[in-house]
Ligand binder design. Structure first.
Ligand SMILES: Nc1ncnc2c1ncn2[C@@H]1O[C@H](COP(=O)(O)OP(=O)(O)OP(=O)(O)O)[C@@H](O)[C@H]1O
Ligand SMILES: [Mg+2]
Length: 388
């Protein structure tokens, strides 16, 4: 039973966003389109979200005055990034500020070890994992995990940063040397046939699912998502059932993304949960009736959930910095890309890039997922990122 109430907030009410990255930016576009006032908190001046918001408070995520200032200026607060100070978020909640999702939900999710322990306790299928406090611990656990494992930092990981694949015994020392100063755990390496994710919407009248996305990662970075995922209905049903169980456990509202591994037997294992819109849900901007970002505006403002229906099969490719670029960059070939029908281009306003740093994405429609994927590959090849 959800024991939270969301008051209706009508335009031009004011929304605060902790975090100024691309997810915040795409959220701000939607909130502004709907007539809301938006204030962003981020340490980097002129952040991607700050550029398009009404105002940015430039301060670190560890400064209580900044959270209080954001609370003073806005009617409701959300976040676009997990790695913020959850205690300060809890402080402003106690002082009367509404935060969705709550600091309690964020506290569980932002520490992957606590998150996975919750899932294990609930009986949700996940890769085996255990906490390691020393190199000896790691060596012992590695033996138990059939000598295939991944070492993960409990907090602050994103885009594979904070993860180290251990392919054989020789990697153990290197992995521990790199990550062992932080709180870490080791996890069984899953030999998956597919990675998928689902964006879930939860408000006081119920739960809705977006179509499942099929994701491809290189070096732990999301390269592309294809929608809908090519999975039999019974697997989709399993994904829905597990997702509903997990989201109900939080007893909270918001937009969540759950990442899964599908193994050889079509067994569904949860990788991780994000308490916010997600990169693999970017396709919803043009691909669905209501985008994941508009949906978050709706949820936190106490409005009804919008349709999550897919308009057309689509492919989303991230635009990443390439090996030759480090610092300011230029994008060329946009004129060629824009000759491709049904191709939507997004650039996040980041001043700098480097190898594999996300700076934008494209979403392309097709009659089939394969057609959308083929078109998207051509579209991506038509642009190039070069050093300025
Ligand atoms: N146990 C595992 N077995 C196999 N592959 C894994 C495992 N854990 C992670 N990976 C691979 O590494 C990728 C990134 O891992 P994870 O989701 O833990 O990192 P992250 O940095 O939190 O990711 P992001 O923030 O980009 O979602 C996964 O999508 C998957 O491709
Ligand atoms: Mg992930």
């Amino acid at each position: 039973m959800i024991n939270r109430e969301i008051d209706k907030l009508f335009p031009s009410g004011s929304i605060g966003v902790v975090g100024g990255g691309q997810l915040g930016r795409m959220f701000v576009f939607e909130a502004k389109r709907m007539g809301y006032h938006v204030v962003v908190l981020d340490p980097k001046p002129n952040s991607p979200a700050g550029q398009v918001a009404d105002e940015q408070i430039v301060a670190g995520f560890d400064e209580i005055w900044a959270y209080r200032e954001l609370a003073r200026k806005t009617d409701i607060i959300t976040f676009e990034f997990e790695h913020i100070n959850v205690n300060l978020l809890a402080t402003i909640e106690k002082e009367g500020c509404k935060v969705i999702p709550s600091s309690k939900t964020l506290e569980v999710i932002q520490n992957k070890y606590i998150q996975k322990s919750m899932l294990r306790k609930m009986g949700v299928k996940i890769p085996e994992f255990s906490k390691v406090n020393s190199l000896d611990d790691l060596k012992k656990e590695f033996e138990c995990l059939s000598q295939q494992a991944i070492l993960k930092s409990c907090t602050n990981g994103y885009d594979g940063k904070g993860n180290y694949m251990i392919k054989n015994e020789d990697d153990l020392e290197k992995a521990y040397q790199l990550l062992g100063e932080q709180e870490v755990f080791v996890e069984e390496l899953i030999d998956f046939i597919m990675e998928v994710s689902i964006v879930v919407v939860k408000n006081n009248s119920g739960i809705s699912f977006y179509p499942v996305a099929e994701n491809e990662h290189h070096d732990s970075i999301l390269i592309k998502s294809l929608i809908p995922a090519s999975l039999p209905d019974e697997v989709i049903n399993k994904i829905h059932a597990v997702s509903e169980k997990i989201i109900e456990e939080f007893d909270d509202f918001g937009i969540y993304c759950i990442e899964f591994f599908i193994d050889n037997d079509y067994e569904v294992l949860v990788n991780e949960i994000a308490p916010r819109p997600h990169n693999s849900g970017h396709y919803t901007i043009e691909g669905c009736i209501t985008s994941q970002f508009e949906q978050l505006v709706r949820v936190i403002c106490g409005m009804p959930i919008g349709s999550t229906k897919l308009r057309m099969p689509c492919a989303m490719y991230n635009i990443l910095g390439n090996q030759g670029v480090d610092g300011e960059y230029e994008v060329s070939g946009l004129d060629a890309l824009l000759t491709i029908p049904d191709c939507h281009f997004h650039l996040y306003g980041k001043p700098n890039t480097n190898y594999l740093k996300k700076i934008g994405h494209i979403t392309v429609f097709g009659e089939t997922v394969v057609a959308a994927d083929d078109k998207a590959r051509v579209a991506l090849q038509s642009i190039s990122i070069t050093q300025k």
